[in-house]
Ligand binder design. Sequence first.
Ligand code: AMP
Ligand code: MG
Length: 420
Amino acid sequence: MLSVSNAQAIILNLVQPLDNQRDTEVVDLLAAASRILAAPVSSPLDFPHWDNSAMDGYAVRYEDVQHSSTEKPTVLEIIEEIPAGYQPKSTIGTGQAARIFTGAVMPAGADTVVMQEKTRREENRVFILTAPQPQEFVRHKASFYQAGTQLLPAGIRLNAPEIAVLAAAQCPKLNVYRRPRVAIFSTGDELVRADESLQPGQIVDSNQYALAALVKESGAEPLLLGIVKDEPVALRKVITDAAAIADIVLSSGGVSVGDYDYVDKILESLEAKIHIQAVDIRPGKPLTVATFPTDKGYRVSTHSPLYFGLPGNPASVLVTFWRFVLPAIKKLSGIREGWEPVFLKVRSHDELRSDGKRETYLWGKLHLINGVYEFHKASGSHSSGNLINLAQTNALALLPVGKTLISPQEEVEVLQLITP
Ligand code: AMP
Ligand code: MG
Protein backbone atom coordinates (compact mmCIF):
# COMPACT_ATOMS: atom_id res chain seq x y z
CA MET A 1 0.00 0.00 0.00
CA LEU A 2 1.07 3.59 -0.59
CA SER A 3 3.03 5.20 2.24
CA VAL A 4 1.90 8.53 3.64
CA SER A 5 4.99 10.32 2.33
CA ASN A 6 4.56 8.86 -1.17
CA ALA A 7 0.89 9.81 -1.14
CA GLN A 8 1.82 13.35 -0.14
CA ALA A 9 4.39 13.56 -2.93
CA ILE A 10 1.86 12.33 -5.51
CA ILE A 11 -0.75 14.83 -4.30
CA LEU A 12 1.59 17.83 -4.28
CA ASN A 13 2.83 16.85 -7.71
CA LEU A 14 -0.74 16.93 -9.03
CA VAL A 15 -1.46 20.42 -7.71
CA GLN A 16 -1.09 23.25 -10.21
CA PRO A 17 -0.80 26.53 -8.30
CA LEU A 18 -3.24 29.28 -9.25
CA ASP A 19 -2.11 31.35 -12.22
CA ASN A 20 -0.37 34.61 -11.31
CA GLN A 21 -2.14 36.46 -14.16
CA ARG A 22 -5.62 34.96 -14.48
CA ASP A 23 -6.34 33.86 -10.91
CA THR A 24 -5.81 37.15 -9.14
CA GLU A 25 -7.82 40.04 -7.78
CA VAL A 26 -7.09 43.48 -6.41
CA VAL A 27 -7.93 44.08 -2.75
CA ASP A 28 -7.62 47.01 -0.39
CA LEU A 29 -4.73 46.85 2.03
CA LEU A 30 -7.13 46.61 4.97
CA ALA A 31 -8.73 43.51 3.42
CA ALA A 32 -5.42 41.92 2.47
CA ALA A 33 -4.50 40.24 5.77
CA SER A 34 -3.97 36.48 5.29
CA ARG A 35 -4.18 36.76 1.49
CA ILE A 36 -1.36 35.55 -0.79
CA LEU A 37 0.55 38.16 -2.75
CA ALA A 38 0.36 37.42 -6.50
CA ALA A 39 3.02 39.83 -7.74
CA PRO A 40 6.21 41.19 -6.23
CA VAL A 41 5.88 44.64 -4.71
CA SER A 42 8.40 47.44 -4.93
CA SER A 43 8.18 51.00 -3.67
CA PRO A 44 9.32 54.34 -5.10
CA LEU A 45 10.22 55.37 -1.55
CA ASP A 46 13.57 54.84 0.13
CA PHE A 47 13.51 53.63 3.75
CA PRO A 48 14.39 55.74 5.67
CA HIS A 49 13.06 58.41 3.33
CA TRP A 50 15.86 60.77 4.47
CA ASP A 51 18.80 60.75 6.88
CA ASN A 52 17.22 61.06 10.31
CA SER A 53 18.09 60.90 13.96
CA ALA A 54 17.71 57.71 16.01
CA MET A 55 17.83 59.68 19.29
CA ASP A 56 16.71 62.80 21.05
CA GLY A 57 19.91 64.88 21.13
CA TYR A 58 22.03 67.19 19.01
CA ALA A 59 22.97 67.00 15.34
CA VAL A 60 26.65 67.87 15.04
CA ARG A 61 29.69 67.68 12.77
CA TYR A 62 31.81 64.75 13.93
CA GLU A 63 35.04 66.61 13.27
CA ASP A 64 33.95 69.30 15.74
CA VAL A 65 33.26 66.94 18.64
CA GLN A 66 35.65 64.02 18.15
CA HIS A 67 37.89 65.02 21.11
CA SER A 68 35.09 65.88 23.58
CA SER A 69 35.23 64.67 27.18
CA THR A 70 33.69 65.61 30.51
CA GLU A 71 36.89 67.46 31.41
CA LYS A 72 37.19 69.21 28.04
CA PRO A 73 33.67 69.44 26.58
CA THR A 74 33.15 70.90 23.13
CA VAL A 75 30.83 73.88 23.20
CA LEU A 76 28.55 74.34 20.19
CA GLU A 77 26.05 77.03 19.27
CA ILE A 78 22.50 75.73 18.72
CA ILE A 79 21.18 77.31 15.53
CA GLU A 80 17.94 75.41 14.94
CA GLU A 81 15.45 73.08 16.62
CA ILE A 82 14.27 70.15 14.49
CA PRO A 83 11.23 68.21 15.71
CA ALA A 84 9.95 65.13 13.80
CA GLY A 85 7.97 66.11 10.71
CA TYR A 86 9.88 69.38 10.13
CA GLN A 87 12.19 70.22 7.23
CA PRO A 88 15.43 71.80 8.57
CA LYS A 89 16.31 75.15 7.04
CA SER A 90 19.89 75.80 8.09
CA THR A 91 23.23 74.19 7.35
CA ILE A 92 25.34 73.26 10.37
CA GLY A 93 28.72 74.95 10.14
CA THR A 94 31.86 74.64 12.26
CA GLY A 95 31.07 75.12 15.93
CA GLN A 96 27.33 74.75 15.39
CA ALA A 97 24.68 72.14 16.29
CA ALA A 98 20.92 71.62 15.94
CA ARG A 99 18.61 70.38 18.66
CA ILE A 100 17.05 67.24 17.12
CA PHE A 101 14.43 64.65 18.10
CA THR A 102 13.98 60.96 17.25
CA GLY A 103 12.91 60.49 13.64
CA ALA A 104 13.58 64.11 12.68
CA VAL A 105 15.41 64.95 9.45
CA MET A 106 19.18 65.52 9.77
CA PRO A 107 20.15 69.07 8.85
CA ALA A 108 22.69 69.66 6.06
CA GLY A 109 26.25 69.85 7.33
CA ALA A 110 25.70 67.55 10.32
CA ASP A 111 26.73 63.90 10.15
CA THR A 112 26.43 62.65 13.74
CA VAL A 113 23.92 62.77 16.60
CA VAL A 114 25.02 63.07 20.21
CA MET A 115 22.38 61.73 22.55
CA GLN A 116 20.91 64.20 24.99
CA GLU A 117 22.21 62.25 28.01
CA LYS A 118 25.82 62.92 26.88
CA THR A 119 25.34 66.69 26.79
CA ARG A 120 24.65 69.68 29.00
CA ARG A 121 22.56 72.60 27.80
CA GLU A 122 23.08 76.25 28.66
CA GLU A 123 20.61 78.49 26.82
CA ASN A 124 21.53 78.35 23.14
CA ARG A 125 24.77 76.47 23.76
CA VAL A 126 25.31 72.76 24.18
CA PHE A 127 28.30 71.11 25.90
CA ILE A 128 29.27 67.79 24.35
CA LEU A 129 30.57 65.65 27.21
CA THR A 130 31.61 62.47 25.35
CA ALA A 131 33.12 61.88 21.93
CA PRO A 132 30.59 60.04 19.75
CA GLN A 133 31.39 57.47 17.04
CA PRO A 134 31.42 58.96 13.54
CA GLN A 135 27.84 59.00 12.16
CA GLU A 136 26.49 57.67 15.43
CA PHE A 137 22.66 57.61 15.80
CA VAL A 138 22.06 58.63 12.21
CA ARG A 139 19.70 56.40 10.25
CA HIS A 140 20.85 56.86 6.69
CA LYS A 141 18.46 57.36 3.78
CA ALA A 142 17.82 54.04 1.98
CA SER A 143 19.83 52.04 4.51
CA PHE A 144 16.79 49.81 5.26
CA TYR A 145 15.41 49.62 1.72
CA GLN A 146 16.38 51.14 -1.60
CA ALA A 147 13.58 52.56 -3.79
CA GLY A 148 12.74 50.44 -6.81
CA THR A 149 14.18 47.17 -5.52
CA GLN A 150 11.93 44.30 -4.48
CA LEU A 151 10.17 44.99 -1.21
CA LEU A 152 8.09 41.79 -0.97
CA PRO A 153 8.19 38.73 -3.24
CA ALA A 154 5.13 37.07 -4.78
CA GLY A 155 3.78 33.96 -3.06
CA ILE A 156 3.92 35.08 0.55
CA ARG A 157 1.03 35.25 2.99
CA LEU A 158 0.32 38.78 4.14
CA ASN A 159 0.42 38.85 7.92
CA ALA A 160 0.57 41.91 10.17
CA PRO A 161 4.29 42.64 9.57
CA GLU A 162 3.83 42.62 5.77
CA ILE A 163 0.68 44.75 6.05
CA ALA A 164 2.70 47.30 8.06
CA VAL A 165 5.46 47.32 5.43
CA LEU A 166 2.93 47.77 2.61
CA ALA A 167 1.21 50.61 4.45
CA ALA A 168 4.53 52.38 5.03
CA ALA A 169 5.36 51.90 1.35
CA GLN A 170 2.02 53.50 0.40
CA CYS A 171 0.56 50.45 -1.37
CA PRO A 172 -3.18 50.89 -0.72
CA LYS A 173 -4.24 48.24 -3.30
CA LEU A 174 -2.72 44.81 -3.73
CA ASN A 175 -2.72 42.14 -6.32
CA VAL A 176 -3.47 38.86 -4.52
CA TYR A 177 -4.44 35.37 -5.61
CA ARG A 178 -8.16 34.70 -5.55
CA ARG A 179 -9.19 32.26 -2.86
CA PRO A 180 -9.09 28.62 -4.01
CA ARG A 181 -12.62 27.24 -4.48
CA VAL A 182 -13.26 24.00 -2.65
CA ALA A 183 -16.52 22.14 -3.33
CA ILE A 184 -17.71 19.92 -0.50
CA PHE A 185 -20.40 17.25 -0.40
CA SER A 186 -21.21 14.25 1.73
CA THR A 187 -22.41 10.89 0.52
CA GLY A 188 -24.63 8.49 2.41
CA ASP A 189 -28.28 7.44 2.64
CA GLU A 190 -28.01 7.66 6.44
CA LEU A 191 -27.09 11.35 6.58
CA VAL A 192 -29.20 14.34 7.62
CA ARG A 193 -28.35 17.97 8.26
CA ALA A 194 -27.69 19.24 11.78
CA ASP A 195 -31.05 21.07 11.77
CA GLU A 196 -33.16 18.08 10.60
CA SER A 197 -34.88 15.64 12.95
CA LEU A 198 -33.08 12.31 13.25
CA GLN A 199 -34.97 9.15 12.34
CA PRO A 200 -33.82 5.74 13.62
CA GLY A 201 -30.65 4.68 11.84
CA GLN A 202 -29.75 8.18 10.70
CA ILE A 203 -26.73 10.26 11.69
CA VAL A 204 -25.86 13.90 11.22
CA ASP A 205 -23.58 14.84 8.34
CA SER A 206 -20.94 16.32 10.62
CA ASN A 207 -18.26 16.00 7.92
CA GLN A 208 -19.75 18.76 5.78
CA TYR A 209 -19.63 21.19 8.70
CA ALA A 210 -16.12 20.11 9.69
CA LEU A 211 -14.80 20.44 6.13
CA ALA A 212 -16.46 23.83 5.65
CA ALA A 213 -14.71 25.07 8.80
CA LEU A 214 -11.35 23.57 7.78
CA VAL A 215 -11.53 25.02 4.27
CA LYS A 216 -12.39 28.47 5.61
CA GLU A 217 -9.52 28.30 8.09
CA SER A 218 -7.18 27.44 5.23
CA GLY A 219 -8.07 30.68 3.45
CA ALA A 220 -10.02 28.94 0.69
CA GLU A 221 -13.69 29.40 -0.17
CA PRO A 222 -15.97 26.46 0.68
CA LEU A 223 -18.79 25.70 -1.80
CA LEU A 224 -21.28 23.51 0.01
CA LEU A 225 -23.16 21.05 -2.20
CA GLY A 226 -25.01 19.21 0.55
CA ILE A 227 -25.79 15.55 1.12
CA VAL A 228 -25.98 13.12 -1.78
CA LYS A 229 -27.65 9.71 -1.57
CA ASP A 230 -25.69 6.56 -2.36
CA GLU A 231 -27.15 6.51 -5.88
CA PRO A 232 -24.95 6.46 -8.96
CA VAL A 233 -27.05 8.97 -10.92
CA ALA A 234 -27.18 11.54 -8.14
CA LEU A 235 -23.49 11.05 -7.38
CA ARG A 236 -22.47 11.39 -10.98
CA LYS A 237 -24.36 14.67 -11.23
CA VAL A 238 -22.88 16.20 -8.07
CA ILE A 239 -19.34 15.15 -8.99
CA THR A 240 -19.70 16.71 -12.44
CA ASP A 241 -21.24 19.89 -11.00
CA ALA A 242 -18.52 20.15 -8.35
CA ALA A 243 -15.71 19.65 -10.85
CA ALA A 244 -17.13 22.44 -13.01
CA ILE A 245 -17.02 25.06 -10.27
CA ALA A 246 -14.11 24.15 -8.02
CA ASP A 247 -10.35 23.87 -7.93
CA ILE A 248 -10.58 21.07 -5.39
CA VAL A 249 -13.51 18.74 -4.74
CA LEU A 250 -13.91 17.08 -1.35
CA SER A 251 -16.43 14.31 -0.84
CA SER A 252 -16.70 12.17 2.24
CA GLY A 253 -17.88 8.59 2.44
CA GLY A 254 -18.47 6.04 -0.26
CA VAL A 255 -14.81 5.29 -1.03
CA SER A 256 -14.51 2.05 0.90
CA VAL A 257 -15.23 -1.46 -0.36
CA GLY A 258 -18.90 -1.62 0.72
CA ASP A 259 -21.77 -2.30 -1.68
CA TYR A 260 -22.85 1.34 -1.55
CA ASP A 261 -19.40 2.83 -2.10
CA TYR A 262 -19.82 4.20 -5.62
CA VAL A 263 -17.41 7.12 -5.75
CA ASP A 264 -14.47 5.38 -7.46
CA LYS A 265 -16.73 3.69 -10.03
CA ILE A 266 -18.30 7.00 -10.97
CA LEU A 267 -14.94 8.71 -11.24
CA GLU A 268 -13.85 5.92 -13.60
CA SER A 269 -17.01 6.31 -15.66
CA LEU A 270 -16.18 10.03 -15.98
CA GLU A 271 -12.73 9.03 -17.28
CA ALA A 272 -11.07 10.59 -14.25
CA LYS A 273 -7.60 9.31 -13.55
CA ILE A 274 -7.41 7.74 -10.10
CA HIS A 275 -3.95 8.30 -8.63
CA ILE A 276 -4.53 7.02 -5.12
CA GLN A 277 -7.11 4.59 -3.72
CA ALA A 278 -5.70 3.71 -0.33
CA VAL A 279 -2.95 4.99 1.93
CA ASP A 280 -1.07 3.30 4.74
CA ILE A 281 -2.54 5.58 7.40
CA ARG A 282 -4.74 5.16 10.45
CA PRO A 283 -7.29 6.63 10.51
CA GLY A 284 -7.97 7.37 6.86
CA LYS A 285 -6.94 4.34 4.80
CA PRO A 286 -9.57 4.48 2.07
CA LEU A 287 -8.60 7.73 0.36
CA THR A 288 -9.26 8.40 -3.30
CA VAL A 289 -7.35 11.07 -5.19
CA ALA A 290 -8.24 11.69 -8.81
CA THR A 291 -7.93 14.25 -11.58
CA PHE A 292 -10.39 14.93 -14.37
CA PRO A 293 -9.55 14.95 -18.04
CA THR A 294 -8.93 18.56 -19.05
CA ASP A 295 -10.64 18.31 -22.45
CA LYS A 296 -14.08 17.30 -21.15
CA GLY A 297 -15.26 20.63 -19.79
CA TYR A 298 -14.53 19.90 -16.11
CA ARG A 299 -12.39 22.96 -15.89
CA VAL A 300 -12.13 26.01 -13.74
CA SER A 301 -9.83 28.59 -15.31
CA THR A 302 -6.62 26.82 -16.18
CA HIS A 303 -7.02 23.88 -13.85
CA SER A 304 -8.20 20.37 -13.88
CA PRO A 305 -9.77 20.10 -10.43
CA LEU A 306 -8.24 17.72 -7.94
CA TYR A 307 -10.70 15.27 -6.42
CA PHE A 308 -10.32 13.97 -2.87
CA GLY A 309 -12.70 11.17 -1.94
CA LEU A 310 -12.21 11.24 1.82
CA PRO A 311 -13.29 8.34 4.02
CA GLY A 312 -16.66 8.72 5.76
CA ASN A 313 -15.59 8.35 9.36
CA PRO A 314 -15.45 11.75 11.04
CA ALA A 315 -12.00 11.30 12.57
CA SER A 316 -10.63 10.05 9.24
CA VAL A 317 -12.00 13.15 7.51
CA LEU A 318 -10.19 15.50 9.88
CA VAL A 319 -6.92 13.55 9.83
CA THR A 320 -6.81 13.16 6.05
CA PHE A 321 -7.71 16.82 5.60
CA TRP A 322 -4.87 17.99 7.84
CA ARG A 323 -2.39 15.50 6.43
CA PHE A 324 -3.19 15.61 2.68
CA VAL A 325 -5.77 18.24 1.71
CA LEU A 326 -4.34 21.23 3.56
CA PRO A 327 -0.90 20.97 1.87
CA ALA A 328 -2.69 20.75 -1.50
CA ILE A 329 -4.77 23.87 -0.76
CA LYS A 330 -1.62 25.71 0.32
CA LYS A 331 0.23 24.85 -2.87
CA LEU A 332 -2.81 25.72 -4.98
CA SER A 333 -3.28 29.05 -3.22
CA GLY A 334 -0.04 30.44 -4.63
CA ILE A 335 2.06 30.15 -1.46
CA ARG A 336 5.49 29.56 -2.89
CA GLU A 337 6.92 27.17 -0.28
CA GLY A 338 6.27 25.40 3.00
CA TRP A 339 3.20 23.38 1.95
CA GLU A 340 4.02 20.22 3.87
CA PRO A 341 2.82 19.77 7.43
CA VAL A 342 5.33 20.73 10.10
CA PHE A 343 6.01 18.24 12.87
CA LEU A 344 7.29 19.29 16.27
CA LYS A 345 9.30 17.01 18.53
CA VAL A 346 7.75 17.08 21.98
CA ARG A 347 7.51 14.92 25.09
CA SER A 348 4.58 12.54 25.41
CA HIS A 349 2.73 12.63 28.71
CA ASP A 350 0.93 9.38 27.96
CA GLU A 351 1.67 5.96 26.61
CA LEU A 352 0.92 5.90 22.88
CA ARG A 353 0.21 2.61 21.12
CA SER A 354 -0.29 1.44 17.56
CA ASP A 355 -0.32 -1.99 15.91
CA GLY A 356 2.72 -0.76 13.96
CA LYS A 357 1.16 -1.73 10.64
CA ARG A 358 0.08 1.70 9.41
CA GLU A 359 1.32 5.24 10.06
CA THR A 360 -0.89 6.10 13.01
CA TYR A 361 -2.21 9.44 14.20
CA LEU A 362 -3.57 9.86 17.73
CA TRP A 363 -5.29 13.08 18.67
CA GLY A 364 -4.65 15.08 21.79
CA LYS A 365 -3.58 18.35 23.25
CA LEU A 366 -0.27 20.14 23.55
CA HIS A 367 0.26 21.58 27.02
CA LEU A 368 3.08 23.94 27.90
CA ILE A 369 4.82 22.56 30.98
CA ASN A 370 7.60 24.87 32.24
CA GLY A 371 8.02 26.23 28.74
CA VAL A 372 8.23 22.76 27.12
CA TYR A 373 5.42 21.26 25.07
CA GLU A 374 3.96 17.99 26.28
CA PHE A 375 1.48 15.92 24.29
CA HIS A 376 -1.53 14.64 26.21
CA LYS A 377 -3.50 11.97 24.35
CA ALA A 378 -7.27 12.52 24.31
CA SER A 379 -8.91 10.09 26.68
CA GLY A 380 -11.52 7.72 25.29
CA SER A 381 -11.67 5.78 22.06
CA HIS A 382 -9.35 6.64 19.16
CA SER A 383 -11.62 4.72 16.79
CA SER A 384 -12.13 6.56 13.53
CA GLY A 385 -15.87 6.53 14.19
CA ASN A 386 -15.52 8.53 17.41
CA LEU A 387 -15.44 12.26 16.99
CA ILE A 388 -16.54 13.29 20.47
CA ASN A 389 -13.04 13.26 22.00
CA LEU A 390 -11.61 15.25 19.09
CA ALA A 391 -13.18 18.35 20.61
CA GLN A 392 -10.60 20.56 22.32
CA THR A 393 -7.65 18.74 20.79
CA ASN A 394 -5.00 20.72 18.93
CA ALA A 395 -2.40 18.20 17.80
CA LEU A 396 -1.92 14.76 16.25
CA ALA A 397 0.81 12.47 17.55
CA LEU A 398 2.53 10.38 14.89
CA LEU A 399 3.56 6.76 15.30
CA PRO A 400 5.46 5.69 12.17
CA VAL A 401 5.03 2.26 10.60
CA GLY A 402 6.80 -0.32 12.80
CA LYS A 403 6.52 1.75 15.96
CA THR A 404 4.13 0.09 18.39
CA LEU A 405 4.83 1.98 21.58
CA ILE A 406 5.89 5.40 22.79
CA SER A 407 6.29 5.39 26.56
CA PRO A 408 5.42 8.29 28.85
CA GLN A 409 8.15 11.00 28.80
CA GLU A 410 9.52 9.69 25.49
CA GLU A 411 9.85 12.01 22.51
CA VAL A 412 7.05 12.00 19.94
CA GLU A 413 6.50 13.90 16.71
CA VAL A 414 3.29 15.89 16.61
CA LEU A 415 1.44 17.81 13.97
CA GLN A 416 0.31 21.06 15.53
CA LEU A 417 -3.19 21.84 14.27
CA ILE A 418 -4.13 24.99 16.10
CA THR A 419 -1.73 27.34 17.83
CA PRO A 420 -2.50 26.81 21.51
P1 AMP B 1 -18.64 5.07 4.38
O1 AMP B 1 -17.18 5.14 3.99
O2 AMP B 1 -19.51 5.83 3.47
O3 AMP B 1 -19.05 3.66 4.56
O4 AMP B 1 -18.72 5.76 5.80
C1 AMP B 1 -18.00 5.26 6.90
C2 AMP B 1 -18.65 5.67 8.17
O5 AMP B 1 -18.63 7.08 8.30
C3 AMP B 1 -20.10 5.27 8.30
O6 AMP B 1 -20.32 4.81 9.63
C4 AMP B 1 -20.84 6.54 8.05
O7 AMP B 1 -22.09 6.57 8.68
C5 AMP B 1 -19.93 7.58 8.57
N1 AMP B 1 -20.13 8.80 7.80
C6 AMP B 1 -20.12 8.85 6.46
N2 AMP B 1 -20.34 10.11 6.04
C7 AMP B 1 -20.46 10.86 7.15
C8 AMP B 1 -20.70 12.24 7.36
N3 AMP B 1 -20.86 13.07 6.32
N4 AMP B 1 -20.76 12.69 8.62
C9 AMP B 1 -20.60 11.85 9.65
N5 AMP B 1 -20.37 10.54 9.50
C10 AMP B 1 -20.32 10.02 8.27
MG1 MG C 1 -21.42 5.69 3.07
